[in-house]
Ligand binder design. Structure first.
Ligand code: PHE
Length: 355
């Protein structure tokens, strides 16, 4: 191998072993710079005979071409790895335009469920849940509902199976039975959740929300039921005086049964709760029927108590002045932005529980 070839090979190795673009740039001037390898070699030609000149010049040109090719390959390779490494390091590109973000809002129904739950938890109720897809047994039969009861009609209830054994629960009352079967008395629970009925107009949607209440112990009476609801309504609407009336009613799973209305009046298009001579129905209730206790493995000779079922959506509409029930479920972000609650804030129209 000639000295020239050895020299070229040394530079090839140099190029191959360069660790980064900076090093490679130095090597570039060592080879191709003004006083670099190639020029120095060309300068040497002057002292040679014409024949040698031709031969050596073409050797230098070949070497130049080879080195240039190798150099370019190495250079692209190094740049690629350097960019990759930089991208790995720079997770945050501060030059990007800022991302648009907005804070979500709590839906009025969720807000009201939270409020109601905390009001009942203050007097010792705990929260239970049951499935939306329920069996006919828990939704009707265990709740003492006769075979021919109109609520069981296909027109009212969404059945999941043709044999009518599985359905979307029509109320939260099946959670009463599920809770009692699960444990031992006494029971003091509330159960909020979604319920379904084949109904749709300004005050009815096929899916709506209820909150079940159940208190079973040895000496629970209608008086306790009244006291409990009285406390709840005062706390919920944040008023000291309420007008409440129990109207006799009928539910297969309670005896006696009642529907509860609260008194209100309208002033400047706003509903004022607790005064006036108009009545609004807000819940159904009663003393749990002995058959329901039996179906739930609770001895009706030892235990008794009350249950109630509150329409949550209606309470939310009343408290926060929302007129159309259907708007609750249309998933319109503009609506939610207006009526929703800031997740980290106490709502501005929430004055705190009045004690
Ligand atoms: N489940 C009844 C309804 O949906 C309400 C209710 C619950 C009545 C508990 C009495 C006791 O209308």
């Amino acid at each position: 191998m000639s000295d020239f070839e050895k020299l070229i090979n040394r530079f090839k190795d140099k190029i191959n072993n360069a660790h980064n673009s900076l090093e490679l740039d130095k090597i570039r001037s060592e080879i191709f710079g003004k006083s670099g390898l190639i020029n120095t070699e060309f300068k040497k030609l002057g002292s040679l005979s014409p024949d040698d000149k031709k031969k050596i010049a073409s050797e230098i040109n070949n070497a130049k071409q080879e080195l240039t090719k190798l150099f370019n390959q190495k250079s692209t390779g190094l740049q690629d790895t350097e960019i990759d490494e930089q991208l790995k390091k720079e997770k945050d590109d501060v030059t990007l335009p800022e991302k648009d973000f907005s804070i979500g809002k709590i839906h009025p129904v969720s807000q009201v469920i939270d409020e109601i739950s905390s009001i009942f938890s203050e007097i010792g109720f705990s929260v239970e849940e049951g499935p939306d897809v329920e069996s006919e047994y828990y939704n009707f039969t265990a709740l003492n509902t006769p075979e021919n009861h109109p609520a069981k009609d296909m027109h009212d209830t969404f059945y999941i199976e043709e044999n009518m054994k599985t359905l979307l629960r029509t109320h939260t009352s099946p959670v009463q039975v599920r809770t009692m079967l699960k444990g031992k008395p006494p029971f003091k629970i509330i159960a909020p959740g979604r319920t379904y009925r084949s109904d749709s107009d300004q005050t009815h949607t096929p899916m709506f929300h209820q909150l079940e209440g159940l208190h079973i112990d040895k000496n629970i009476t209608m008086g306790h039921l009244k006291g409990c609801l009285n406390y709840f309504i005062k706390e919920f609407f944040e008023i000291n005086k309420i007008k409440m009336r129990f109207r006799p009613s009928h539910f297969p799973f309670t005896e006696p049964s009642a529907e509860v209305d609260i008194g209100y009046r309208i002033e400047n298009n706003k509903i004022i709760i607790g005064e006036g001579d108009k009545w609004l129905e807000i819940l159904g209730c009663g003393m749990v029927h002995p058959n329901v206790l039996k179906n739930s493995k609770v001895d009706p000779n030892k235990y008794q108590g009350f249950a109630f079922g509150i329409g949550i959506d209606r309470l939310a509409m009343l408290k926060y002045g929302i007129n159309d029930l259907r708007s609750f479920f249309e998933c319109d972000y503009r609506w939610l932005n207006y009526y929703g609650f800031d997740p980290l804030d106490v709502p501005t129209n929430y004055r705190g529980l009045s004690k």
